[in-house]
Design a protein around this ligand. Structure first.
Ligand code: BG6
Length: 484
């Protein structure tokens, strides 16, 4: 008999405040560093990442604040639509809704002692709406967005003072919302800072006195400390709540069975696991110490950091899963990078319109690997297919490609459960269309619900159900048995 999804499995959907809310100038909210990222059409980008800007570009965007391509300021306007949106989540049967709180909606500069009342009430209202439909909120305390003032004045997470500001914020969250929120995550994709230091840490690396890698890993060290102290506070003051970590998981395969390829794959994998190791085991693993030595990375460790990390380990591990990667040791194809090597194409896999490989089997592998290493319940807090959707004249959207993608990944999850993995829940990304992080645009869509808005803020912002809406409703109602 094959094992099925457990009773009480947390089916739902995932979002983040910056990509969803809009209302950047409402209710006393301060600006976040994401409010300065702008959409640039693919053809005009010259291959550059939109998630990484220099201080110069930041100041330029600040001077011209009314640009229509600053899409995070608008999100999908959940700020004005949240009642309707949560009702639709309820109609699909969501058991949980992953969202994040915008730090700058409560503490506009990050440095205030007391929060803005309107912001505090906004999130109470959201939680009330969720509970009306028996939806448990799953709250990420920081989904990248840090108050812009902290980026400007102290170079984001590079300065240890941000740990204190963050703790003031997270202790407030726990005290204020612990009756309404049982499931929490500290940092979204804490490993992303290594690939996009501006995005993940609010860092202008070129401004730092440290080398690029030392700057990144110093900021990461501060995030680990901030997370551990938050987890400890939650455990001490709010028994009953569960608090997890969150990393981006990309399974890595060797291009060939050549031992050198396999070894490089192991190194790359270790680098990915490092973030979980610190948050689950409460210590820096041996291989990362070696890596620091090799790369001349020097850190100013926070006093007593070893005890702090040990005392604040998480209750479950969560991760996003979109694609897998391939690496080789072949000369010329190897390029040292923060995750050690350059990625290659996988000839066995199809890819999305954005080139992200589609690999359900990789999800089963990831679940087994993570559960085997950590023996903690797993939660897939992001997964999904970003695609161009077509809104028909009669208001329908036929997204069979998305249904196929999700079905195959849910089948892989069920197989992993049958392998013996303990899986708590699944929240596909962007359950309602929102602004894409990597492309700062609306037209890369993930949702079960279509939002009528384009990349430059034009549109009615009306919501429409896609075909995947009714399909996912059926999946949830049958607890993952009916995937047709
Ligand atoms: C994850 C992030 O990396 O991927 C989300 O946590 C992001 O914020 C998601 O939106 C999908 O990426 P993108 O670039 O398609 O929005």
């Amino acid at each position: 008999m094959k094992k099925e999804f457990p009773n009480g499995f947390l089916w739902g959907g995932a979002t983040s405040a910056a990509q969803l809310e809009g209302g950047f100038d409402k209710g006393g909210r301060g600006l976040s560093h994401l409010d300065y990222l702008k959409h640039i059409p693919l053809a005009e980008r010259n291959g550059r990442s939109l998630m990484q800007i220099t201080e110069e570009e930041y100041l330029e965007n600040k001077a011209k604040a009314c640009q229509t391509n600053l899409a995070f300021r608008r999100g999908n306007d959940f700020y004005h639509h949240y009642k309707e949106d949560i009702r639709l989540f309820g109609e699909m049967g969501f058991k949980t809704f992953r969202m994040s709180i915008a730090w700058s909606r409560l503490f506009p500069t990050g440095m205030e002692k007391e929060p803005v009342k309107e912001g505090v009430e906004f999130y109470h209202q959201i939680f009330r709406e969720c509970h009306k439909y028996n939806i448990e909120p799953l709250v990420t305390m920081i989904h990248y967005d840090i108050p812009a003032v902290l980026t400007e004045t102290v170079n984001g997470w590079e300065d240890p003072v941000v740990i204190d500001y963050f703790l003031n914020y997270t202790k407030f969250l726990i005290d204020e919302y612990k009756q309404e929120v049982k499931y929490w995550l500290t940092f979204n994709e804490i490993n992303m800072i290594c690939w996009s230091p501006y995005l993940g840490g609010g860092l202008f690396v070129e401004k730092s006195k440290r080398t690029r890698l030392s700057c990144i890993h110093q900021a990461l060290h501060h995030q680990f400390i901030a997370s551990a102290l938050t987890v400890k506070y939650a455990h001490d003051t709010a028994p009953g709540i569960l608090i997890g970590n969150m990393t981006q998981r990309s399974q890595t395969y060797p291009l060939t069975c050549k031992p050198e390829d396999v070894f490089l794959t192991q190194k790359s994998d270790q680098f990915n696991l490092f973030f979980n190791d610190v948050m689950v085991f409460g210590e820096y693993p041996y291989f990362i110490k070696k890596y620091y030595e090799e790369q001349n990375i020097t850190l100013d460790y926070i006093d007593n950091y070893e005890a702090i990390l040990k005392a604040g380990t998480v209750d479950f591990i969560s991760f996003s899963y979109y694609f897998t990667s391939v690496i080789t040791s072949e000369p010329g194809k190897v390029e040292p990078f923060e995750n050690f090597v350059k990625q290659q194409k996988n000839p066995y896999l199809q890819a999305s319109d954005w080139g992200w490989t589609i690999d359900p089997m990789g999800l089963r592998i990831a679940l087994n690997e993570l559960y085997d290493r950590y023996h903690l319940p797993c939660f897939i807090t992001e997964n999904g297919l970003g695609a161009f959707d077509q809104l028909e004249d009669n208001g329908s959207i036929h997204d069979r490609y998305r249904i196929n993608y999700l079905r195959e990944h849910i089948e892989a999850m069920r197989a992993a459960i049958d392998d013996g993995v303990e899986l708590m829940g699944y929240t596909p990304w962007g359950c309602i269309d929102l602004v894409s992080m990597g492309d700062v645009q609306m037209s890369k869509r993930y949702g079960f619900i279509y939002v009528d808005a384009d990349d430059f803020g034009q549109g009615t912002y009306r919501r429409y159900k896609k075909d995947s809406f009714d399909w996912y409703k059926k999946v949830i109602a049958s607890n993952g048995r009916d995937l047709d």
